[in-house]
Design a protein around this ligand. Structure first.
Ligand code: FAD
Ligand code: MLT
Ligand code: ZN
Length: 540
């Protein structure tokens, strides 16, 4: 049976999973084929909806997701036009045969990955070129039609889907790699390229993207740029503000801004591309980018360590920085509840016994023997000092991947609990676990679980609270309490996922009035009619 991908939001879940987990989750007798093309279809050969063992409800989830306009009744539709038949005729001329109006086809694009936000978009446009994006925006601006740019729809703050009936502009068909300079490591591509595809193209040249994230099978470089995605390699390679060398974007009025530099050094005037990095589709639609790509390290090793106190976690982190220095490439943190959820919901196996906290330490270097020796000597040191209670080291690529899967798939595993309230905040290093512990105390037995995991090198903490379905009581107990907690310690209410619709009311918690004023002035200048991703980023 052939089904439109948009009928089954679970496709995004499948696409996000690392291949190994994917194999474990999908029965061998149920081959699934994902065909990227005009209609993005998944063929399920026995016709059954089955996405996760024991969690069949996931596939039905989009239909149960409340409309954002109902969930957030304080939101009022802006003064925008509604799409008419004559608009559809114009769209058909601008992007021939790539105008989708069948609600079944659009459904998956109206609901976000975590099944929290649901828009009522009636039209989805699939441009293939910058010129088409420009023509569409010029027209929408003239007609005062609101739009939402959409990449892989893996965003976690409800920014990628409409709130009301905004026109969805999907970048998925803009997925051409334009050029690669092997010497400088600069790749130029269209914005709709999926991260996995980019890495596939880089690999034969011994290169890789500077960023990698659990959603790499679906998220697009344009979406990554628009959210300034962090991910698992940030400790080593820094964030996209440093690694994106050039951006091409289309403004609300259809003008194309060409900042497609491929130079690492360029101090000629304002660095305008930075405006598009992290602006969540509110200032322009990113249509192409140039990216600085590092070499694939010759040797990668990973250690998984178990600690039983928070003080030990901090000591281990310090020891890893001191003893591994130039080869340290990632330090990730999971608490026991995070490890439990990947085991219970995804059936992954942790090679260590039960501990309060786990650290995943990765090294990347050019000499396998040297790196392994350093990692083993770290392990010996922390065990001898009693800082770490248990640990294992992997150097073989498949075993390295197996350890990474435990951390990369926490988000996917949590989703299988039903409803997830996600908080991605930055708080001072010494306090970061207090937030999880305080939340656990506050929520008691009213929720399924409270978990904390993080990119340890970057001071953020992913606090997630799950329950079987959305509950006003749980939500009311969490917000604004979590954000007030973060503000009290002068943290940031969004470390890496952005503001979207879910966090916009807390923009002032982490920004001064003068900073927000300048943001609003920039928005007004670049999008005077406010048609680009309205209702997002800023509180009313
Ligand atoms: P979308 O979700 O489609 O859109 C995100 C935002 O960007 C929206 O506001 C949208 O309007 C805008 N946008 C998208 N494309 C464009 C464009 N071309 N031009 C202008 N605006 C655009 N995030 C991290 O930072 N680090 C992680 O480690 C991480 N891990 C994740 C793991 C999983 C399993 C999942 C589901 C998500 C994870 N995320 C992570 C969140 C998410 O994947 C990132 O925010 C990602 O960058 C979104 O890319 P996307 O293409 O899916 O964008
Ligand atoms: C992660 O670090 O796994 C991602 O940011 C996703 C999440 O926070 O759940
Ligand atoms: Zn993260």
């Amino acid at each position: 049976m052939r089904r439109n991908v948009s009928q089954v939001i679970g496709y995004t879940l499948e696409q996000c999973l690392s291949p190994r987990v994917h194999n474990a989750l999908f029965a061998p007798s149920l081959p699934l084929r994902y065909t990227k093309g005009r209609n993005d279809t998944i063929d399920s050969f026995d016709g059954r909806k089955r996405w996760l063992h024991g969690t069949a409800t996931l596939a039905q989830k989009p239909r149960g997701v409340q409309l954002s306009s109902e969930r957030f009744p304080q939101l009022k539709r802006g003064d925008f036009a509604r799409v008419t038949d004559s608009d559809l005729q114009v769209f058909e001329r601008l992007v021939p045969s790539r105008v989708l109006t069948d609600l079944e086809d659009i459904e998956g694009h109206n609901v976000d990955w975590s099944g929290t936000c649901r828009g009522d978009g009636q039209v989805l446009l699939r441009p293939k070129t910058t010129e088409e994006v420009s023509a569409v925006l010029r027209y929408c601006s003239g007609r005062r039609l609101a739009v939402v740019p959409q990449g892989g729809n893996t965003g976690l703050v409800g920014g990628s889907v409409p709130v009301f009936d905004e026109v969805i502009i999907s970048l998925s068909l803009m997925d051409n790699i334009i050029s690669l300079d092997e010497i400088s490591g600069v790749l130029v591509c269209q914005a709709g390229c999926v991260v996995d595809k980019i890495n596939g193209a880089l690999e034969p040249h011994g290169l890789m993207t500077p960023h990698i994230l659990g959603s790499k099978g679906s998220c697009q470089i344009g979406g990554n740029i628009s959210t300034n995605a962090g991910g698992l390699r940030m400790l080593r390679y820094g964030n996209l503000h440093g690694n994106v060398l050039g951006v091409e974007a289309v403004l609300a009025n259809g003008d194309v801004v060409d900042c497609m530099s491929t130079l690492r050094k360029d101090n000629t005037g304002y660095d305008l591309k930075q405006l598009f990095i992290g602006s969540e589709g509110s200032l322009g639609v990113v249509t192409a980018a140039s990216l600085l790509c590092p070499r694939v390290p010759a040797a990668v090793s990973v250690a998984l360590l178990g600690c039983d106190s928070f003080a030990q976690v901090l000591q281990t982190y310090n020891a890893a920085k001191r003893m591994l220095q130039e080869i340290l490439s990632a330090v990730e943190f999971m608490d026991r509840a995070s490890m439990e959820v990947v085991q219970e919901n995804l059936h992954l196996t942790c090679p260590l016994g039960t501990h309060s906290y786990y650290l995943l330490v990765e090294t990347s270097g050019s000499n396998a023997a040297h790196d392994e020796e350093k990692l083993n000597s770290l392990l010996g040191h922390v065990m001898e000092k009693g800082i770490v209670d248990d640990g294992t080291v992997a150097t073989e690529p498949s075993k390295v991947q197996t350890l990474w899967a435990l951390r990369e798939n926490v988000a996917v595993a949590l989703r299988a609990d039903g409803c997830v309230y996600k908080y991605d905040v930055t708080v001072p290093m010494s306090r970061f676990y207090d937030l999880v512990a305080d939340t656990r105390k506050r929520m008691g037995t009213d929720v399924t679980r409270v978990v904390g995991y993080r990119h340890l090198g970057e001071s953020d903490i992913h606090l997630n609270v799950t329950c079987p379905q959305n509950s006003e009581d749980v939500f009311g107990a969490l917000e604004p309490w979590v954000y007030d907690w973060v503000a009290k310690y002068k943290g940031s209410v969004s470390a890496e996922h952005g503001m979207g619709i879910l966090k916009r009311d807390y923009l002032y918690h982490s920004n001064t009035g003068s900073a927000v004023l300048l943001m609003k002035q920039l928005k007004k200048l670049m999008d005077p009619k406010g048609i680009l991703n309205p209702y997002k980023v800023f509180p009313d």
